[in-house]
Design a protein around this ligand. Structure first.
Ligand code: BES
Ligand code: ZN
Length: 461
């Protein structure tokens, strides 16, 4: 039976790729109001595909973008294991457009790669699961469990409307575990189960100076310059060894155990090659930790955007009226987002000079996540990965965030298995995002092989 499903998937590969191209063509950028209609069209498109596959599908409006729910037909009176598959149809902005080798929403295939915004993060990854379930249904095979797909449209802007939706639909979404393919794997021949994600806290810091831009010759020297004050304020957040200097920042960080560090050190990683891949002359980060540890298992503070003064051509001699910075912290267990936001605010207030007015606007946030690798579901997922990719899988800690996994735990009371299909050079959130079509194919195989393994753990035969 399984072979028939896998053959069906292999035979349908080129059609699946065409469908992925159609999906990527819809510019569902959730951060930009100008794309509101595209986002709605994208929800309808993926809902249409779910219906075509034979899933009972609804498009649910929220205060933000619609959420698509699609479930396998239920057999009356039969209680079976139930798994929720989560994905997001929204994508990051594609700017700067000029750095794309082909337009971001005109999918292009070159070699094994399909280029386009959202191909990897996350359209290709959840489409693989949908196509796998289609193969189960079209070959007339009986799934060993019930499945519900939850595909949302606000992941890239913090999933603000999803937690209330989960609470509201708690009964219907009651399940044994959540499965997400929205992370990565270290290389084509190292499939991975991600057992931890970092949390995130976003904030915007604004310094207000004079009531208008001023002539810097006439007035400069008599008042604080907001851009300079902001630079000094931001510089006070970190020392030269890469350690965050906000008091209390590391208080709740659970130290890496020797076992953790050994696991991470087993992953193939060459720091010199990595620096070249990133295009930097040298790597940098918190002293005493490897680059892999720093990017996945240690907390960080990043400046995501910095704006002030004159940005046009040539020079303009002014003292700018204001300066602003967008910041995010990445958190590790057991740091709490609310506490970390408070510590940041307190530190900024204390360190801000008197000649400017400080404004701190809080943004989205989410706690870090850790799955106990001893959980039997983790073993089942590893078995499916091994069959799908024909390679031994590894356990991974990832630096990115999917804040909603904590809500799955809090509201539905279940763990999340993260089976990422992205490769390190997929360029998510960057120009020239791509998805590897071999991973798409293996991802579909994974989406087929997973359910018997997971179902057997929940309800042994
Ligand atoms: N797919 C990523 C998350 C991810 C990528 C986790 C790689 C681990 C490894 C997701 O779409 C994403 O980008 N999330 C945001 C969340 C934020 C907007 C709250 C992130 O991590 O920046
Ligand atoms: Zn993303």
């Amino acid at each position: 039976m399984m072979q028939q499903i896998l053959d069906h998937l292999a035979a349908g590969q080129s059609r699946s790729v065409e469908q992925l191209c159609d999906y990527v063509r819809i510019p569902s950028v959730s951060a930009q109001p100008a794309h509101k209609a595209d986002v709605a069209a994208c929800a309808d498109w993926i809902a249409g595909l779910c219906r075509q596959i034979g899933l009972e599908t609804g498009v649910h409006p929220t205060d933000g973008n619609p959420i698509v729910l699609a479930r396998t037909p239920r057999r009356r009176g039969l209680r079976r294991p139930h798994f929720l598959v989560y994905g997001h149809y929204d994508v990051q902005p594609a700017e700067p457009f000029e750095l794309w080798e082909s337009p971001p929403f005109e999918p292009r295939i070159a070699g094994h790669s399909l280029f386009g915004r959202g191909a990897s993060d996350n359209k290709g990854q959840h489409l693989a699961h949908l196509k796998a379930v289609e193969a189960w249904l079209q070959t007339g095979s009986e799934l060993p469990c019930d499945l519900t797909f939850l595909i949302e449209g606000e992941e890239e802007v913090g999933s603000g409307n999803l937690a209330p939706f989960l609470s509201q639909k708690r009964r219907e979404l009651h399940c044994d575990a959540v499965v997400i393919s929205d992370t990565g794997m270290p290389s084509r021949d190292l499939p991975a189960l991600t057992c931890s994600l970092r949390g995130v806290v976003a904030l915007e810091v604004r310094l207000h100076g004079p009531s208008r831009d001023l002539h810097s010759g006439i007035f400069g020297g008599s008042l604080e310059n907001p851009a300079m004050a902001l630079c000094q304020l931001l510089a006070s957040l970190r020392d030269k060894h890469g350690r965050i200097t906000v008091p209390g920042f590391y208080d709740e960080v659970r130290p890496l155990s020797r076992q953790d560090r050994r696991e991470l050190a087993r992953l193939p990683f060459n720091e010199r090659r990595y620096a070249r891949f990133l295009g930097v002359p040298d790597l940098f980060g918190e002293r005493g930790y490897t680059a892999w540890e720093r990017r996945s298992a240690r907390p960080t503070l990043e400046i995501n955007g910095l704006t002030s003064g004159y940005q046009g051509e040539g020079s303009k001699t002014i003292v700018p009226a204001w300066a602003s910075a967008k910041l995010t912290l990445r958190l590790v267990p057991d740091q709490r987002p609310e506490r970390m936001a408070r510590l940041m605010r307190q530190h900024l207030k204390r360190a801000c000079p008197t000649g400017v007015r400080l404004e701190v606007e809080p943004g989205h946030g989410g706690a870090p996540y850790l799955l106990d690798p001893a959980n039997p579901l983790a073993d089942a997922a590893l078995r499916a990965l091994k069959q799908a990719f024909r390679r031994d899988p590894v356990l991974l800690r990832e630096g990115g965030s999917i804040p909603i996994v904590n809500d799955f735990k809090r509201v539905l009371g279940v763990e999340t298995l993260m089976l990422g299909l992205a490769l390190p050079d997929d360029n998510p959130h960057s120009p020239n995002e791509k998805f590897d079509l071999r991973n798409f194919a293996d991802g579909m195989r994974l989406g087929a092989l997973l359910w018997p393994e997971l179902a057997a753990v929940v309800r042994p035969a």
